[in-house]
Design a protein around this ligand. Sequence first.
Ligand code: HBI
Ligand code: FE
Length: 280
Amino acid sequence: MLTDLLEPAASGNPMRSLAPPPGCAQDWTIPQHWERFTPEDHRVWDLLFARQQEMLKGRAVRAFGESLGVLRLSRPGIPDLDELNERLFGRTGWTVVSVPGLVPDEIFFGHLARRRFPAGNFIRSAAQLDYLEEPDVFHDVFGHVPLLAVPAVADFMQRLGELGLEALARGGMHRLARLYWYTVEFGLMREEGALRIFGAGILSSFGESRFSLESETPQRPDFDLRRVLRTTYRTDEYQRSYFVAESFDDLLRSIERADLAALYAELEELEDLSPAPTAG
Ligand code: HBI
Ligand code: FE
């Protein structure tokens, strides 16, 4: 039962109780306390925002720019989630919740399954504009949140949450993580005959926004669920493969039609694929 996984402590299974850090609720959320962000924090947000606005012209999927407007994310400073959530919830029933940093998989996918996106409640320093240990509020709110205003993305993300909880219960988490990685974080899309970015890991990255579309090194295979589930990935360098989806509807259909548990079992017999078979 999904609910058991959502409230592990409630299920009484000591192995599953994921005690949150002090100050966090049972689901690892914390109040945003927007008023505690400093002028320097807001300046870093504005710097990152302006840089990506420029970089993403002609590079991001059209829906991304449209959603920035709809959610009024172009206003200066780190967004106040109470205001942002009023607009986002009205569009697709999603809300953004603040968390101190990375949270356990069960908690993370439990939030997604309930249309809640966990956003890091801190921002990187001006001295570290291009290096992130954990997802901060810019990666999460600028990278992930705008596309949650698109119905097909909203449905896709909630389904990934449910599939994540199922994978945790029955096995296959490492495969589901690849699906999440090669779409939600590093996905590309063919739009009006050109390649465009929709993955948050690229949208929020200055260097990778250019690299993912223009470099000769990476492969850009068409999105294929089996190949994605077999392809490994590195988290500490630019990707060696970027999968290209036809549309968000197509992505949603691909997971709605699949029996992932059967797929996981079938792929156990096959080797993993490297994202860069040609390179050494
Ligand atoms: N926690 N806060 C946070 N943000 C994430 O993106 C995140 C996480 N925990 C787990 C997790 N991501 C991964 O399991 C997925 O990216 C696959
Ligand atoms: Fe992310």
